[in-house]
Design a protein around this ligand. Structure first.
Ligand code: ADP
Ligand code: ASP
Ligand code: MG
Length: 481
């Protein structure tokens, strides 16, 4: 299988390239080659690109560096320009076009410098300014890729996603307005596609009604591609990254991880939610709703079929699809023998945490209702404890709640697979494998969809738990894909 459909039936393909796929001269050249090949197979091709790898992090670092050291800040700005120039020199042979692109990127760098300097003067970086700065990465990459394609006989034109995706003003994690966005996407892209031009679009970014730039959350370019694919609608959305699709575990953490050839939307949503960065969790919904195809594949190994995402798996080959981890968490417990009689403790606890904007990836409650326990990121623990102590001050004074406390640092290890619910004994085998590896399970939660089991383990045990469970699926033919 090459992953390419029959040429005669191929209509519209959205290709999204992640940061590593465009992060070096060699990678960018590879992207140009891939686009040329697919252009020959599809009637319409649309490209969505991330910023070069590391650039969004660098931009956000500049916001803090500007206050720390003028020298470091200047070095950051020089690095921004250098990374893009290096690629321009390698992939845009036409000197005039190249100089034009470098000039454009230089102007964007100058703007970032001004914005960061303004932040230093004001002494405060609002989420709105952070988005103005973070959005620059994609805006620098697009002219580079569009020019590289034009120099290689591909008709391409850069499109800023602020013209396409309308969002609310929840800066740094904006929520798109589907109706307006879908309309804008079709209206803007259709004329380009009719002329045979490939739109090269900035991932990650959107704009409010007033035209202010927003971002869709870190890793949000996958989501941009899904929204654009759903709006057109495309036949397929292909997410190009630096590994062979969705794998049984993060290949950076588990050496013998292997590709999962087919994965259901529910499984991949759970995987993404529980820490597998390979696909942004919001990517799935627009694609399901539009009923279009989704594939994750490797820029550096394009003939590998990667992973096909499907609505439902009819024949469930294998039981456990993948194991994911989230680290740097702590478990917060609200406990007390009098809690049983206090109405709405859970609701009030979660409301308090939500008001802080803290995400809660896992919740467990003891059956006696004498404690509620949930995971929060370590960086938020102290704030959460303080707010809970304030929210329950009366109950604590009355001794209905005895304690609000946090464990040492923990991690969540999640086993994902839709086949688990119909296969007895899987959790038993999971616990035996962990026991044999000497891993102590602190808490358990089963996803409501029954597609996953999440286990809380001590921070020091995360690697051992991941490896033990991966070895279990590698060695058990009945559990693996
Ligand atoms: P991109 O820049 O292409 O969006 P990301 O870094 O966001 O790429 O996501 C790809 C990375 O996700 C891989 O390099 C890999 O380390 C990580 N990853 C984590 N879990 C998984 C998994 N189960 N399968 C594949 N990749 C995974
Ligand atoms: N460049 C953005 C980020 O680093 C978006 C993305 O890569 O998807 O978060
Ligand atoms: Mg990503």
């Amino acid at each position: 299988m090459t992953g390419s459909p029959d040429p005669l039936s191929s209509k519209t393909l959205v290709m999204k390239f992640g940061g590593t796929s465009v992060g070096t001269p060699a990678a960018m050249a590879q992207v140009v080659a891939i686009v040329r090949a697919e252009k020959a197979r599809w009637r319409n091709v649309v490209i969505v690109t991330s910023a070069l790898s590391g650039i969004t992090d660098l931009l956000l670092k500049m916001v803090t560096d500007v206050a720390v050291s003028e020298t470091i800040f200047r070095e950051d700005a020089a690095e921004l320009l250098r990374r893009h120039k290096e690629i321009a020199l390698a992939v845009i042979p036409d000197a005039d076009l190249r100089n034009q692109v470098i000039l454009q990127i230089g102007e964007l760098v100058d703007r970032v410098v001004s914005l960061c300097t303004a932040v230093a003067v004001l002494g405060e970086a609002t989420p709105r300014v952070l988005d103005a700065i973070a959005s620059t990465g994609e805006r620098m990459c697009v002219p580079l890729l569009a020019a590289a394609l034009r120099c290689h006989d591909v008709q391409a034109e850069g499109v800023d996603a602020t013209r396409l995706i309308r969002s609310d003003d929840h800066f740094t994690d904006a929520h798109p307005d589907m109706e307006i966005s879908y309309h804008q996407i079709c209206e803007t892209l259709t004329p380009l596609l009719m002329r045979g031009t490939i739109p090269v679009i900035t991932g990650f970014i959107a704009a409010t009604e007033q035209g202010t730039v927003t971002t869709l959350g870190r890793g949000g370019s996958d989501y941009s591609a899904a929204l654009i694919g759903a709006a057109l609608p495309a036949d397929d959305v292909w997410i190009y990254t630096d590994v062979d699709g969705v794998m049984t575990a993060d290949p950076r953490l588990v050496r013998d991880a292997f590709t999962v050839p087919v994965c259901s939307y529910r499984e991949v949503t759970e995987l993404a939610y529980y820490g597998a960065r390979v696909l942004h969790p919001k990517t799935i919904r627009p694609v399901i709703e539009a009923g279009i195809g989704l594939r994750v594949c490797n820029t550096f190994n394009p003939s590998h079929p990667g992973t096909r995402l499907v609505a439902e798996l009819e024949q469930q080959r294998g039981v456990i699809k993948a194991i994911t981890t989230i680290s740097s968490l702590q478990l917060v417990t609200v406990e007390g023998r009098g809690m049983l009689g206090v109405p709405g403790v859970a609701a009030r606890a979660f409301e308090t945490v939500a008001r802080l904007g803290t995400s809660v990836p896992l919740i467990t409650q003891s059956s006696s209702e004498q404690s509620i326990c949930f995971a929060v990121p370590t960086k938020s623990t102290q704030r959460v404890l303080k707010s809970l102590a304030e929210a329950f001050a009366h109950e604590i004074a009355d001794r209905d709640i005895d304690r609000v406390w946090a464990t040492d640092e923990v991690g969540i290890v999640t086993v994902v697979g839709a086949g688990m619910k119909s296969t007895p004994g899987v959790s038993g085998r999971v616990f035996s494998a962990l026991g044999a590896a000497g891993v102590n399970v602190i808490a358990i939660a089963q996803g409501s969809s029954e597609v996953s089991i999440s286990l809380v383990v001590e921070a020091g045990d995360i690697r051992a738990a991941l490896q033990a469970l991966h070895t279990l699926i590698v060695r058990s033919e009945d559990l693996t894909v």
